[in-house]
Design a protein around this ligand. Structure first.
Ligand code: CA
Ligand code: CA
Length: 506
């Protein structure tokens, strides 16, 4: 027996969107349920005996300004849903108050919010943990669509009827197309920065290292043709100089997506507000006394984590916090090699180049603007005026990814130790352990909350504010520099943030 209930909006709180017009003006709004289909309360099965799981049709609008689809690539939004409610069974152990929505079928556009704007194209993840939406046509400019999508909440039965509501989340992403590229140093003069290179038979520099296949296994050693790097004195920060990078390790050859901007305060606050109190406390680095002096905007008001600067990059984020957010959002961390691909593109690399393709910052106008939300420092046109000829002005990579150098440090899975090399690129499933930590077994999760760990490192440099001298890591690093590429420091810091990605087409 099937019951179809058309619900009144009044039963379902509509979640206000966060968003402002700085680095990102992305917003999701007008969320509402359309129709719910649920099993009979008594048997939960179809008349033919097959199991019927609860599901419902949901409608929301999404909008952002600097969307594009051009000859190089396109941007997109990764959309996922959480359903909240009071659990019927108080004994169920979970760090989150929600369950993760699984997409049924393909979403559809019911209204185009931009007059003359492009059609939308949807790519639903293989694991149904969310979907991408991007412009179907060649285009650059604002996009907005009202979308209907059906979710199958496999564990929805845990929740009391009428005592639940869905919350749709979105993250701006950039598609990095499949293709070969060269990783590492272009000049042997830079070997002290621990960048990768192709070794000769003696461990000496032969040139950057070519990545030509996702399935290649990469030997790390000082032999002819292998990948190698120098570690100088601070070995633990730079890597073990050995091992084999297996076929499963994401190398940046296959297409993938990476977040367009660093994780921001609004996105992280939404995550914290979905955690039960103990898990929330374990991921609330912003409660550290040092945060007040750290350019951070997260605070607690009426028992909710909130920010007056939701599009500002979130700092005081530990690696373990970032992994938890990625698992919750059904994304995954990116690797050092993916970082270099996203930051460099497929052109012949230039020595000491930043992601914008030159070794200069003379034209760079993107940085800490109003309230330390990254924007145009000269008040000029924003990212809507991006072209392939003005990358340096906006500090973007050839794929138009923002702040891969500068902003906050990029945390990436390292090739420099065994835990990093074991990463196989699995995606988060929206479910966390009882303390709110990521659960993927191939992710480098071996960290203590306030200590160091293994399996990850730091790339791209960061803006430390006015107190530190400018150097190779403040506020921007050239793409190939990896002096801290294997330093798995998990501490809280004003210059430490996060960014993740997802394999494309999965
Ligand atoms: Ca950065
Ligand atoms: Ca998980």
């Amino acid at each position: 027996m099937r019951h179809i209930i058309v619900l009144l909006s009044i039963l379902w709180p509509v979640i206000a969107a966060t968003g402002a017009s700085h680095a990102s003006d992305f917003k999701i709004f007008n969320q509402e349920p359309v129709e719910e289909t649920r099993p009979a309360l008594t048997d939960g099965a179809h008349e033919d005996g097959t199991l019927q799981t609860p599901r419902f049709l949901y409608r929301f609008s999404v909008r952002w300004d600097n969307a594009w689809n051009n000859d190089v690539n396109h941007d997109s939004a990764w959309i996922f849903a959480k359903v909240w409610g009071r659990r019927a069974d108080a004994d169920i152990q979970s760090a989150t108050r929600s369950v993760h929505g699984r997409v049924i079928g393909t979403p559809k556009v019911v209204d185009n919010l931009v007059k003359g704007g492009p059609d939308a194209r949807f790519i639903v993840a293989d694991d149904k943990g969310g979907f991408f939406v991007h412009t179907a046509d060649k285009y650059q400019g604002p996009v907005g669509w009202t979308i209907e999508v059906e979710y199958d909440f496999a564990s929805l039965a845990e929740f009391r009827r009428f005592n639940r509501f869905a919350e749709i989340h979105g993250v701006e992403m950039v598609h990095i197309p499949e293709g070969s590229f060269k990783a590492g140093l272009v000049s042997e003069l830079d070997m002290r920065f621990a960048g990768f290179y192709q070794s000769d038979h003696n461990g000496a520099f032969k040139g950057p290292y070519p990545i030509h296949s996702e399935s290649q296994t990469i030997e790390v050693n000082p032999n002819d043709g292998a990948l190698y790097y120098q570690v100088a004195n601070a070995a633990a920060r730079r890597g073990d100089q050995t091992g084999v990078i297996p076929a499963a390790f994401p190398k940046g050859y296959n297409a993938f997506t990476i977040m367009k901007y660093e994780l921001n305060e609004g996105q992280y606050a939404a995550f914290l507000n979905d955690l039960e109190p103990i898990a929330r406390a374990l991921h609330s680095g912003f409660l550290d006394p040092g945060y007040a002096d750290a350019f951070g905007g997260l605070e607690i008001k009426n028992d909710k984590v909130t920010s007056a600067t939701p599009t500002r990059s979130a700092n005081f984020i530990r690696w373990s916090d970032g992994l938890a957010w990625l698992d919750w959002a059904a994304l995954r961390p990116v690797t050092e090699l993916e970082y270099e691909k996203a930051a460099r593109g497929t052109d012949e690399p230039i020595a000491r180049a930043f992601p914008w393709g030159t070794a200069s910052k003379a034209k760079l106008m993107w940085g800490p603007a109003e309230n330390r939300q990254w924007g145009m420092l000269d008040g000029g046109a924003g990212p809507e005026a991006l072209t392939h000829a003005n990358l340096e002005r906006y500090g973007v990579s050839p794929y138009w990814v923002f702040d891969l150098a500068g902003g906050l440090w990029e945390r990436t899975v390292t090739i420099g130790d065994a835990d990093g090399r074991a990463f196989a690129g699995s995606h988060g499933d929206g479910l966390l352990d009882t303390n709110g930590f990521a659960t993927n077994s191939d992710w480098p999760t071996r960290v203590s909350v306030d200590g160091d760990g293994t399996g990850f490192g730091y790339r791209g440099g960061a803006n430390y504010g006015g107190r530190r001298l400018y150097n190779e890591f403040n506020p921007h690093s050239p793409v190939s520099y990896r002096t801290f590429g294997s330093w798995s420091g998990n501490g809280l810091h004003r210059a430490y943030g996060f960014r993740g990605g997802r394999s494309a087409g999965q």
